[in-house]
Every structure is written in structure tokens, then in C-alpha cells.
Design a binder for this molecule. Sequence first.
Ligand code: AP5
Ligand code: MG
Length: 191
Amino acid sequence: MLNIIICGAPGCGKGTQSDLIVEKYRLKHLSTGDLLRKEIARKSDLGIEAESFINKGNLVPDKMIFDILSKAIEEQTKNSKGIILDGFPRNVAQAEALESLMNSLNIETGLLLDLQVDKDELVQRLLKRGETSGRCDDNLITIKKRLEVYETKTAPVSDFYKNKNKYAAINGMGTVDEIFGRISTVIDSKL
Ligand code: AP5
Ligand code: MG
């Protein structure tokens, strides 16, 4: 079993690369952003509350995330080749909560992939996607805030996994296939 975290700034390609990883390695994809957007689309209480954080570029409260994710992690790791966590953990408190959940399930996080992309490229990718995505956070003001939140809150998660020797930096510049080739090399070395 291989449980992977895919991490990196907004627009670095977490979702794009997760789809390819799922296809090749048959892992289950758990994206907290996608789960939250589904709640927003169905206008649930949780979705309405989450939207007020997301459209400002802030993180939603940890408890809300953990409530929707912990059951999913438990279910998706049963009889599976593993999971890929996309967009979680997003701060050190979430990383600590994830590690205790994994311990209680008797499984482990194998690897954090950190996709590294230049800031100008991130902004260009997100603005381009914003032309058609309908996402409430794909506009310049919110993109800038998301990048700031990433630097202050999410980047320290890398050190958390570096200290556990479970960290791999990936050059996230180039074509989707080139980047996937780099990711595959790292995953293959862990199998
Ligand atoms: P989330 O949905 O996780 O968004 P994000 O981290 O801002 O990242 P994106 O999904 O925008 O980008 P991505 O890295 O997946 O890149 P993609 O492959 O789409 O979170 C949204 C919000 O939800 C957060 O701000 C927060 O409020 C909340 N949230 C989520 N998780 C949370 C948590 N754990 N705790 C608290 N709050 C949480 O690619 C981007 C674009 O670039 C696409 O158009 C793609 O086609 C294109 N692209 C991809 N690769 C390339 C390439 N190589 N070259 C050119 N274009 C490319
Ligand atoms: Mg995404």
C-alpha cells in the first residue's frame, strides 16, 4: 500500500497530476477542494459556510475539513492500493491530525510530493483557468491571497515530512507529461 500526499501552491498541478497518478497506480484520489466544491454546489450548510472562507482565499476551519475527510480516509484505505491526498494537510495541525488518524488505522503516509512552480506561472495558470472554471477563487485578488496563505500556513508542512524523511521536491515546470515522468520516477522508487 502506498499513501501519498501531493502538495504545492495553488495552481501547481495537484489535481492534474493526481488524475494521472490514479490512472497509473490505481490509488484513490481524495481532494479536499473537490469535496468542498461539491458541498458548495449542493448548497449544504457546510458548503455555504465553506464558501465564505474559500472566496476570500482563506483556509476553511480545520474541524470542518477533518469531519469530511476522516471517514473518507478510513473507507478509501480499506482493501485498496492506497490513497492520494490532494490539498490536505494544509497546515501543521492538519498534518499532526492526519498522522494520528493514520496511526489509529495502522497505516502510514509514505511520501509527500511537493510540486514546485514559479509564482508568475501559477498566476497565469489560475487566471487562464478562471476564464472558464466558474471557481469563486480564480480571480486575481483571491489568487494573491491564496498564494500568501500557502506561504505562511502550508509551506511548513513540507518541513514536517522532511523531518520524517518522507519528502520529495518535484520540478513542476514544463509539460504535464514531463512533470508526470518526474513523479513516476519518485513513486517507482518507493514501490
Ligand atoms: P484547492 O481546491 O485545493 O485549491 P488550490 O490548492 O488553490 O489548488 P488548485 O486546485 O487551484 O490547483 P492545483 O494545484 O490542483 O492545480 P490544477 O491541476 O488544477 O483548495 C481550494 C480552497 O479550498 C482553499 O483555498 C481553501 O479555502 C479550501 N481548502 C481546501 N483544502 C483545504 C484544507 N485541507 N484545509 C482548509 N481549507 C482547505 O492546475 C491548475 C491549472 O493549470 C489548470 O487549469 C490546469 O489545466 C493547468 N495546468 C496544470 N499543469 C499544467 C502545466 N504543466 N502546464 C500548464 N498548465 C497546467
Ligand atoms: Mg486542485
